[in-house]
Ligand binder design. Structure first.
Ligand SMILES: *Cc1c(COP(=O)(O)O)cnc(C)c1O
Length: 389
């Protein structure tokens, strides 16, 4: 928590003297957890995926809010991310979804981290560490059912799980997989993957906890929810493509303040290469956010827009590392210090991460996850800022 004379300033107070910032809505996180639970139904755990700095939102604020909102588990991809959650004082079960080394075993056991165990070497190291510490190392095995990314092939997964089961101090709790076409219009390949997973499950009936679904699969396919679903995007209030779902609230807004507003003549160019030229007398606003902050460079030349005084204003010229330009001719009052909305709501207009993704030729995950460390994250509840990181 950042020291401050007023313990919980309003968003306006907390952002008055900031060039750019991210707002994360803690009320919306709680609403999304409730809405997702309602959609997936009882008896299915909600595993909140908070990898990659909680998709760029700021894990120090998001993960505790998710724990408070009642999710059942947390998941990350790297072991150091898992240790970071423990350093925050979080006590929920934490699952590492990605690759880990035998060298990670003692810390995993010490911090009660559930590893995805992909090899006998890692299993042996976990067993040694568990016995030495007088604790149990809980592991999950990932079956590669067709995505051909991480995991082990079905036969190997069965052999590995049976081997791990014999190791002292090791408990094989989970079996999981991941879908290749979860959010494609045609997700029929998920049925093929399900058949492979089911065949593996049948050979390992003693493993109690199965999970296969990311947000899209959890929303679309009840038969793939098993004991838990791993949700990242939906908990952030964004529905994946081609997925039905409950009403969710976007939890992230990206905002800035105009750093300069100036007039240019017809024919004058803007930014590197003078690639954009004014067709008429124009007023140009400078926004102090750039690709170093994760704001995609190509947006400047691909139809990106931002809100100024509730008016959508087109980005013009090439975006730079630290700043980009917008045409604010349509907002005669625009002046230095005015709030600019890059993602979020202003005056009844909204720019979504999906819209930004469409302009940048990517997906919404790739718009928010790379948001840079320079942007302060302000976590607010009821309009008051509770935490700045
Ligand atoms: C990132 C990730 C998820 C979460 O995916 P969303 O589509 O954001 O819900 C689930 N499972 C695995 C293995 C992941 O890497």
């Amino acid at each position: 928590m950042q020291p401050s004379s007023t313990p919980h300033p309003t968003l306006a107070e907390a952002t008055r003297a900031r060039n750019a910032w991210i707002e994360v809505d803690l009320d919306a996180i709680e609403a999304n957890v409730r809405a997702l639970r309602g959609w997936i139904g009882p008896g299915v755990e909600l595993i909140a995926v908070v990898k990659a700095n909680a998709y760029g939102h700021g894990v120090e604020g998001v993960a505790p809010a998710l724990e408070r909102a009642g999710v059942d588990r947390l998941a990350v991809v790297w072991m150091p991310e898992a240790l970071g959650l423990r350093a925050l004082g979080l006590t929920l079960p934490v699952l590492v979804l990605g690759h880990a080394f035998p060298e990670d075993a003692p810390a995993a056991v010490e911090a009660s981290i559930t590893m995805t165990c992909h090899s006998r070497e890692l299993g042996r190291a976990l067993s040694l560490a568990a016995v030495a510490a007088g604790k149990t190392a809980t592991v999950h095995v990932k079956v590669d059912t067709g995505l051909h990314r991480f995991g082990v092939a079905p036969d190997e997964a069965v052999a590995l799980a049976e081997f791990l089961r014999t190791l002292p101090g090791v408990e094989v709790e989970g079996l999981w997989t991941h879908m290749a076409n979860a959010d494609e219009a045609d997700d029929s390949f998920s049925s093929r993957q399900r058949a492979v997973f089911e065949a593996t499950v049948k050979r390992l009936p003693w493993v109690p906890y199965r999970h296969t679904a990311n947000s899209a699969t959890a929303l679309r396919r009840g038969e793939l929810r098993y004991e838990g679903v791993r949700s990242g995007l939906a908990l952030r209030g964004v529905l994946p493509p081609n997925s039905p779902g409950p009403d969710l609230q976007p939890i992230l807004a990206l905002k800035a303040r105009l750093a300069r507003v100036h007039a240019i003549e017809p024919g004058e160019g803007v930014s590197y290469g003078l690639a954009w030229k004014a067709g008429a007398a124009s007023r140009i606003g400078l926004v102090p956010v750039g690709y170093a902050d994760g704001w995609k460079r190509q947006l400047g030349t691909a139809g990106g827009r931002v809100l100024v005084a509730g008016v959508p204003c087109p980005m013009v010229g090439r975006a730079a590392m630290d700043q980009f330009m917008v045409d604010v001719t349509a907002v005669p009052t625009a002046a230095e210090g005015d709030e600019v909305v890059l993602i979020g709501d202003q005056g009844g207009e909204r720019i979504t991460a999906d819209e930004v993704a469409a302009h940048a030729g990517t997906i919404s995950w790739d718009v928010v996850a790379p948001l840079g460390a320079r942007l302060p994250r302000l976590f607010h509840r009821g309009g008051l800022v509770e935490l700045v990181i």
